[in-house]
Ligand binder design. Structure first.
Ligand SMILES: Cc1cc2nc3c(=O)[nH]c(=O)nc-3n(C[C@H](O)[C@H](O)[C@H](O)COP(=O)(O)OP(=O)(O)OC[C@H]3O[C@@H](n4cnc5c(N)ncnc54)[C@H](O)[C@@H]3O)c2cc1C
Length: 394
């Protein structure tokens, strides 16, 4: 067996968050490796092509806030890259369908396809010489305050100063660390598809709280192109109804605001759950992104929280490097303290909204929520606070 390879960091999980973390650490001069279980990465890179027709767009998209835009720029993907990869949105409308209450936000950000962003981050990582290795097993490990030792099988072993678990909602790293989770199952599925609207979207993200769950339409570069994300207790049925039936239902649920709506892609669906790790740090290991917290997509914040985790971790590690008496444990504890607040706030906010707007519920609550929305729309300070939180500036 070869001697373990000695590195500064090992990232498990080559998704959006793991790749961004590796890019930032590489720029600090740290040497490391990304272990990714799938070989999807090189495939997604080869599909990278800007300005595609609506029919070629994948409905699995992300709404990225301005804080994430800044994070991506620090990782090496400047605004011009987002301009090529995605499309901007410059407003958000939230409708309560039942009682016609509506909120308007002055929100800004980018809509980007998941696989396009992942492909761009991968290409960047490869161009910088960051090692990305296909590995799906951690056969054995020692992770404590002194060291990280990993055995990936077939004689491949690593020793590192820091282990980053960015391996998503079903994190194996989290399991190895024995970190408990708080879980909420929603019994909803998010059904996503690309649709064409009769009326132009004007770059506005819109969301309707329907009886079966929140329905969002996110604007694409095509002025009539939108991505539908419908988180619904009827998820399976929405996958099975005919295209024309779903289109009529969409027009009804959106109160014809966008005129006629036509499906231009297949439908995909994702089970929804919310979960939060009781700790983000154990020994020299840290959990980032969905490995630490998975939230309902209704606020479009899951990945944004993960990018904010990366930014904070790098900040704490930079501060550590400037102070000769600082330790990596101190830096990781500081990271955990700083991130827990915002992550828990957003988790509570999305969970509360999801429950408030999904049937069944007492009628008085339905009336209260609609009045609440109308009052909130006039209350500039609370609106500003919500907008700042969603933008990641809180
Ligand atoms: C329908 C829907 C809409 C959403 N919309 C938004 C939005 O608008 N805005 C937003 O900010 N967020 C949104 N999200 C959330 C967002 O998609 C996630 O928060 C984000 O993708 C998490 O990224 P991640 O890198 O942490 O995890 P993942 O994307 O899950 O990546 C984890 C990676 O780790 C790899 N991996 C797993 N296990 C192992 C292992 N044992 N060894 C090696 N590799 C492993 C996986 O193959 C994967 O590549 C949405 C989610 C859904 C379901």
């Amino acid at each position: 067996m070869d001697k373990p390879k000695r590195l500064d960091y090992v990232v498990v999980g080559g998704g959006l968050i793991g790749l961004t973390a590796a890019l930032r650490l590489h720029d600090l001069g740290w040497t490391g490796i990304v272990l990714e279980q799938q070989s999807k990465l090189s495939e997604s890179r080869s599909q990278l092509a800007p300005a595609r027709a609506l029919t070629e767009i994948s409905p699995r998209v992300l709404a990225l806030n301005t804080a994430t835009q800044a994070s991506l720029a620090l990782a090496g993907l400047p605004l011009e890259s987002l301009q090529t990869l995605g499309s901007p949105f410059r407003g958000m409308e939230v409708w309560d369908r039942e009682l016609s209450g509506a909120l308007n936000f002055d929100a800004q950000g980018w809509i980007v396809e998941n696989h396009q962003l992942e492909g761009a981050l991968l290409a960047l990582a490869e161009s910088k010489g960051i090692q990305i290795r296909k590995a799906n097993t951690l056969r054995d490990s020692i992770i404590d305050d002194q060291r990280v030792w990993l055995d990936c099988g077939q004689g491949v072993q690593f020793e590192a100063s820091l282990l980053i678990g960015a391996d998503g909602a079903q994190s194996r790293v989290r399991e190895i660390l024995g970190v408990p989770m708080l879980n909420w199952a929603y019994h909803q599925r998010a059904v996503v598809a690309v649709v064409h609207s009769e009326k132009p979207h004007q770059g506005v993200t819109r969301q309707w709280f329907t009886g079966s769950g929140p329905l969002a339409l996110l604007p694409l570069a095509d002025p009539h192109g939108l991505v539908l994300i419908w988180s619904s207790v009827e998820g399976q049925a929405l996958l099975e109804v005919s295209g024309s039936e779903l289109e009529s239902r969409l027009v009804r649920e959106t109160d014809q605001l966008m005129g006629g709506l036509k499906l231009v892609s297949n439908r995909q669906s994702f089970p929804l759950q919310q979960q939060h790790a009781m700790r983000y740090v154990k020994g020299r290991a840290v959990l980032l992104g969905d490995a630490a917290h998975t939230i309902h997509p209704l606020a479009g914040q899951g990945a944004n929280l993960g990018f904010a985790d990366v930014a904070e971790l790098v900040d704490c590690l930079v501060q550590m490097s400037l102070d000769p008496s600082a330790t990596i444990q101190g830096a990781l504890s500081q990271f955990e303290r700083r991130r827990a607040g915002q992550n828990i706030l957003m988790t509570a906010l999305t969970d509360g909204l999801s429950r408030l707007f999904t049937d069944p519920k007492p009628a008085w609550l339905r009336v209260a929520r609609s009045w609440g929305m109308r009052l909130l729309d006039r209350e500039a300070q609370i609106k500003r606070l919500l907008t700042e939180t969603a933008a990641g500036r809180w």
